[in-house]
Design a protein around this ligand. Sequence first.
Ligand code: FPP
Length: 257
Amino acid sequence: MLKKIQEWRGKETSKSSLTKEELLKHPIPKHIAVIMDGNGRWAKKRALPRIAGHHEGMKTVRKITKAANGLGVKVLTMYAFSTENWKRPKLEVDFLMKLPEEFLGTFLPELIEENVQVRLMGNKSDLPEHTLRAVEGAMEKTKNNTGLILNFALNYGGRDEILRAVKNVAIDLQNNTITTEQLSEEVFSEYLFSNQLPDPDLLIRTSGEIRLSNFMLWQLAYAEFYFTDVLWPDFEELHLYEAINSFQQRGRRFGGI
Ligand code: FPP
């Protein structure tokens, strides 16, 4: 078991020499979901305020988006703010809610050049107007792009998402828009925020925490999990390559043998 956990946690301390060309010889995960954890600890180690860690984490989002797009990953879902993160101090919440504006204000031209499409997943109604405006503006400007989908999970919670889906299914059953016979896993998936996206093949969580924290509970049913001790602001292209390399070495059976 210990050996297995060490495998799941990745071999991030090794200075591997993985190259893009090497990775491209094997299937690349279509959808990678990331729990970007460890910004606060990164800042603390440098005696900086926590928000400095989030700001550095924002730069990592740009770096990893470019790297994933370069490998042909189709969807990159980033857990940027959970439904539980409102419990943080107001200053930190306010800062996190301003980050999408800063990120898109700075990097949108580059994302457009790279054919990236921006999307949003989560409960929009509680987001500040300025946050929503920035993300929806970027969604509009990138809606016809055909490269990587950069999907921000903002004010996202897996349970909240499932509960909403159940409520909407109940409404549609009452209206006779659908019947219980028609309700399959595929149809139910259409009621989730992630509708039209494939399920993640690979989940990466940084900073050494080994839990899901209410992230994509339905969609991660068959994903491969990769945990690394690297803190999100320190996560480099090579760490992404190591995660994908680990994914490529696993035998995915989807319940078969
Ligand atoms: C968890 O680390 C991280 C978050 C709650 C926020 C993640 C957000 C970013 C990386 C920036 C997102 C960028 C854009 C463009 C929206 P933590 O603060 O819990 O770290 P800790 O566990 O070390 O305290």
